[in-house]
Design a protein around this ligand. Structure first.
Ligand SMILES: *[C@@H]1O[C@H](CO)[C@@H](O)[C@H](O)[C@H]1NC(C)=O
Ligand SMILES: *[C@@H]1O[C@H](CO)[C@@H](O)[C@H](O)[C@H]1NC(C)=O
Ligand SMILES: *[C@@H]1O[C@H](CO)[C@@H](O)[C@H](O)[C@H]1NC(C)=O
Ligand SMILES: *[C@@H]1O[C@H](CO)[C@@H](O)[C@H](O)[C@H]1NC(C)=O
Length: 405
């Protein structure tokens, strides 16, 4: 038998309840006092004085610097044009705007970025034209969304990838009615510059565009760092020519998409879930790579800070409503050379973050399952697949006689 110390269980419980109640009362009183203090304090919002601004330091990194400017311009408290009156003195770097025509080369970068001359060529090209977002369309399909699409498939491609586009048309990107829903496909293309020495494929592209009515082409140099341009030009095109589409899947031309499963997933969504839908293979807590030899290298003189959560650019799914809001937000976000990070930045501007969905396999699936037909039934998107693989996999999805469980 234990000695006297052991209290009957009931009494111990009563004591515990007593302590909890006291604690709650304490918290309640504390909160009340704080609330009173807050309420009786100065009612006005404190607006920083001019001196405060003087001490406000402009970032050393060029992207951050440019973003600071946009933040001031689009903040209604700071901008007299938006708020009706100027409440605060502008910081004096606000007028340091570079060329008036945003599409002229911005030679400020030569002096404002200390190591500009030693940066890799792609950065020099990007920075010099970072502020230009208007490029003429060479091939448009203004009526492609006339019959309201349930799902628009927007596929990033390059001019020479004829076989990839054709494989997609014959399989997961076949436009028309799928599972009783209207699906429309467009391919997003830029152009080539003479300096890059590409053979001239424009005649063939023209022919392809007339044959299939699914090619969108803009007149800018289609390079890795200009994928962000491809993104904002698509957002603009969508807002103008296809805002009625209910959902959009944006992906690369080397992914396999289980369109049936995508439509199935979308049909199950409530209106509330649908409105802010943005799902994909989400990467969180990432930041810029500082190793010069990496594809995703970003120099300190260009950008400092963490990346917001973003969905890998191989493919993600979002609502049409959100696409138009992203277009709006993108005007307040300086172009960043990595397109999927940029989209994450625009989402954050809207106060949103992408949602991770395990059906998006942008880093592929384990090797031993890659040719198991039934695996693909449950997936939404896999990266990467060749045109031949895409043609092999698609029948596994649509033919019911395989008998997958
Ligand atoms: C911006 O304007 C202020 C005063 O109007 C001036 O002192 C400053 O030198 C200007 N800055 C630039 C970079 O032009
Ligand atoms: C097909 O969809 C339309 C509306 O989108 C609906 O009215 C119709 O009932 C559907 N048909 C079938 C067979 O589900
Ligand atoms: C992006 O395209 C524009 C227009 O063709 C070009 O001037 C610029 O150099 C390109 N940027 C990169 C990084 O290729
Ligand atoms: C776009 O943004 C502006 C402010 O920059 C806002 O006034 C407008 O309502 C927004 N439009 C949409 C469709 O969200």
């Amino acid at each position: 038998m234990q000695r006297g110390g052991s209290m009957p269980v009931a009494r111990r419980k009563a004591r515990l309840v007593c302590v909890m109640v006291m604690l709650n009362i304490c918290i309640f009183i504390l909160m009340g006092v704080t609330w009173k203090l807050v309420k009786s304090g100065p009612q006005k919002v404190r607006i920083p004085s001019k001196r405060f601004w003087r001490r406000q330091i402009r970032s050393e990194s060029f992207w951050n610097k440019e973003q600071q400017r946009l933040d001031v311009i689009y903040n209604p408290i700071f901008n007299p044009a938006l708020s009706g009156e100027s409440l605060i003195m502008h910081p004096d770097w606000l007028n340091d705007t570079g060329p008036l025509n945003l599409c002229d080369s911005d030679y400020r970068v030569l002096t404002q970025i200390s190591d500009y001359n030693s940066l890799p060529q792609r950065f020099q090209d990007f920075l010099l034209h970072m502020r230009c977002r208007t490029y003429p369309m060479l091939i448009n399909q203004p009526h492609v969304c006339n019959e309201k699409p349930f799902l628009l498939l927007a596929v990033k491609s390059l001019i020479p990838h004829f076989d990839r586009r054709q494989a997609i048309r014959e399989t997961w990107g076949r436009a028309g009615v799928l599972a009783n829903r209207t699906v429309v496909t467009v391919f997003l293309l830029g152009n080539t510059l003479p300096v890059d020495h590409f053979p001239d494929l424009l005649g063939m592209l023209d022919h392809e565009a007339k044959l299939h009515n699914d090619v969108l082409q803009w007149d800018y140099r289609d390079s890795f760092f200009n994928l962000t341009l491809k993104e904002v030009l698509f957002l603009e095109w969508f807002s103008k020519h296809c805002p009625q589409a209910r959902y959009v899947l944006k992906g690369d031309d080397d992914v396999f998409v289980n369109t049936l499963r995508v439509v199935d997933l979308l049909e199950g969504l409530s209106d509330r879930e649908a409105k802010d839908l943005f799902i994909g293979d989400v990467i969180s807590n990432a930041g810029p790579h500082r190793d010069r030899n990496l594809k995703y290298y970003i120099p300190v003189s260009v950008f400092v800070g963490q990346y917001p959560p973003y969905a890998g650019g191989g493919g993600y799914l979002l609502s049409g409503d959100l696409v138009t809001r992203l277009y709006n937000a993108s005007q307040q976000v300086v172009l960043f050379p990595i397109d999927d990070v940029y989209t994450g930045m625009c989402l954050r501007k809207l106060g949103l973050a992408p949602t991770k969905h395990t059906g998006f396999k942008t880093f592929d699936i384990v090797k031993k399952y890659r040719s198991s037909p039934c695996i693909y039934r449950s997936l939404l998107l896999v990266h990467s697949r060749t045109p031949q693989e895409i043609l092999e996999i698609w029948p596994w999805i649509v033919r019911p006689e395989l008998g997958c469980q």
